[in-house]
Every structure is written in C-alpha cells, then in structure tokens.
Design a protein around this ligand. Structure first.
Ligand SMILES: [Zn+2]
Length: 82
C-alpha cells in the first residue's frame, strides 16, 4: 500500500514537473536540424535547405504544450456553442 502511494506521488510529481517545464519553455529545438532551421544536403555540403520538419523555424512545440493548446481550444469552443 505504501509502495503504491509512493509510486503515485512520483508519477504525479513527474507529470507536474513536465507540465511546469512546458509552461516555462513551450518550444524545444527541432530534433532534425538541431534548432538551426535548415540542414545540408547529403550530396552537396554547401547547399543548405530549410528543414521540412519544423518548416525552417528551428523550433517545435512540445507535446505537453500541444495537448494544453488542444484542451484550451476544446474548452473555448464549448463555451462559444452554449
Ligand atoms: Zn528542423
């Protein structure tokens, strides 16, 4: 029983910490281009093209923040429909 409570506390702390970090820093560097927004072609090293994953922005919205935004939108739409 005590072990279960400890596990729940650890999971809750982890979720809370992740939510907090998403609120503080909603964006993270793109994993594909490392936040540069472009990467070099394999055939021609001098040729640089915009990253297709982040569309040249170099930043990606984090999953936690995306979930939060979706929840906000659903909440807002429900309020408008009433
Ligand atoms: Zn990118």
């Amino acid at each position: 029983m005590r072990g279960t409570l400890t596990a729940i506390a650890i999971v809750a702390a982890a979720v809370l910490g992740y939510a907090l970090s998403c609120a503080v820093r909603p964006y993270r560097d793109c994993w594909l281009c490392d936040g540069k927004g472009h990467h070099r072609a394999k055939s021609n090293r001098k040729l640089s093209r915009p990253c297709w994953w982040c569309k040249g922005a170099g930043k990606r919205l984090r999953y936690g923040r995306r979930l939060w935004n979706r929840a906000r939108r659903v909440h807002r739409d429900a309020g408008v429909a009433r």
